[in-house]
Design a protein around this ligand. Structure first.
Ligand SMILES: [Zn+2]
Length: 473
């Protein structure tokens, strides 16, 4: 059996701890007196998490391979990270959600086309993304509003991903829920019947696949990779089907099939796909076949000897037959930008630019060499002053930069991360002569600059597209 790639896991958790610290620093910059003590406490907890990671990092460097122990440390730190994330609400001062998050969502779901699902964003204390509807929320409190009175979709963003555009792909999934609800997709193939509560899990599962499908159409492999990046922050014990969500295995296989069918399964996605497979194999997580779903599942708890038991309703057996009808409906929704093979080719080139520290808001399809060649041709074919306006403009057009799509930018971010970030991580943490805190700082500064460039590229490409007629975003 292949062992999970511990280096990717360590890089993932070091990044998470750094993002926890970055959010705390942001709080500190606007904090009030009441927050001071809590900030100190948080800082000491973060120091503790870093120290826990020191041993596996050092030992891997020295060639030791106690995978069971490293994985235990990894999931322990993940669980501590989630607990700390959940307690951020205790701070009086919390930074506002960055405007770039809105730019991201609006680029994928333009207001003029998706007027009924205009979102607002709030933080989610649990390390997770989510979607809620203002009318539903109010009606749960016994306050009933009509549709015109505030049918606002509320997107939930985890605190730590406030400046992490690569994880914002999950917001495309959450907006997918809002669109599904608005268009009544699941309701049309499985109508809500009073007294048929056993159909509810089936309905919930269809909704999840529908939202995944929408996110995949818009973001391509970046959505699959970010989904796995999120899933592996949870212990494999949790990788089971529930009454609200299908098993992650089923979702991941479904995404992989979609991407492969559309020639979008980027080789870089394979790394994360394999990591998930290795983790589930290591922890012997049973994979349930959707065609032969059991009516009861059990899963052993990693910390105590009890087994988690869950009954699944018979109705879920209808899932495979209904999913086809669902796919047809999702494919018929028209989106201004669907991620295609050409976008991935562009992302591949943009990943290199990102790695060189450039903004990737726009792209020139012609190289400087080609432009020079065309200019020379223009000059040799014409005596000075004789080239006509059209000829000159045809060359000038080659110089023009075209704004990049959000899916191109985010996929470039993931490609860059898999190409370089893990090596960078290894290199920084391999240095013998610097202390752990310094290594975290160096790696943090690197992450900060990449995230900043992606975030600003999203913003700038949107502004660019407003000024570039015919280059809709
Ligand atoms: Zn969902």
């Amino acid at each position: 059996m292949q062992t999970p790639d511990i280096l990717i896991l360590l890089e993932e958790i070091v990044e998470k701890v750094w993002r926890l610290e970055a959010f705390l620093t942001e709080i500190e910059s606007i904090s009030v007196e009441e927050d001071k003590e809590l900030i100190q406490f948080y800082r000491s907890q973060i120091r503790g998490l870093k120290q826990r990671l020191e041993d596996p990092i050092t030992e891997i460097r020295e060639g030791q391979e106690d995978f069971r122990e490293y994985l235990r440390t990894y999931f322990d730190v993940c669980s501590h990270f989630q607990t700390m994330h959940q307690q951020f609400w205790l701070f009086v001062s919390l930074p506002k959600v960055y405007p770039e998050v809105y730019t991201f969502v609006h680029s994928l779901f333009p207001r003029n086309q998706f007027e009924d699902v205009e979102p607002t964003l709030v933080y989610c204390p649990i390390y997770n993304f989510g979607e809620a509807n203002a009318i539903d929320q109010f009606s749960k409190l016994g306050i009933f509003l009509d549709k015109g009175a505030g049918d606002r979709v509320i997107l939930l963003l985890p605190y730590v991903d406030f400046r992490n555009p690569m994880m914002w792909t999950a917001l495309a999934h959450e907006m997918g829920h809002a669109i599904e609800k608005d268009k009544g997709i699941v309701g049309s193939i499985l109508p809500e019947l009073p007294g048929r509560k056993e159909l509810e899990p089936l309905r919930r599962w269809l909704k999840e696949f529908c939202a995944d499908h929408i996110a995949l159409r818009l973001m391509g492999p970046a959505y699959l990779i970010s989904f796995i990046s999120y899933i592996i922050s949870l212990h494999p014990y949790f990788y089971v089907p529930t009454l609200t969500h299908p098993q992650p295995h089923s979702r991941i296989e479904y995404m992989r099939t979609y991407l492969e069918r559309n020639c979008l399964f980027h080789p870089k996605a394979q790394h994360y796909y394999e990591l998930f497979q290795e983790l589930t194999a290591f922890y012997k997580v049973s994979k349930f076949d959707l065609q032969q779903l059991p009516t009861e599942i059990t899963s052993p708890c990693p910390t105590c000897k009890y087994e988690y038991k869950m009954k699944l309703p018979e109705s879920l057996k209808r899932f495979p037959e209904l999913i086809h009808q669902l796919n047809e409906q999702v494919n018929s929704i028209s989106f201004p930008d669907v991620c295609g093979t050409e976008d991935l080719r562009r992302a591949e080139k943009l990943a290199e630019d990102l790695d060189h520290g450039f903004f990737i808001s726009s792209y020139k399809e012609t190289t400087m060499g080609e432009i020079r060649h065309h200019l020379n041709e223009l000059l040799t074919q014409n005596t000075p002053g004789q080239a006509n306006r059209e000829e000159i403009y045809s060359v000038l057009k080659l110089i023009e930069d075209k704004p990049n799509k959000v899916s191109q930018i985010i996929n470039a971010g993931w490609i860059q991360k898999i190409n370089r970030q893990i090596d960078k991580f290894q290199k920084i943490f391999e240095e013998d002569d610097s202390i752990l805190e310094e290594k975290f700082n160096t790696f943090g500064n690197y992450l900060e600059s990449i995230s900043y460039n992606i975030q600003k590229s999203i913003e700038t490409s949107k502004i660019h597209s407003l000024f570039a007629p015919g280059e809709k975003q």
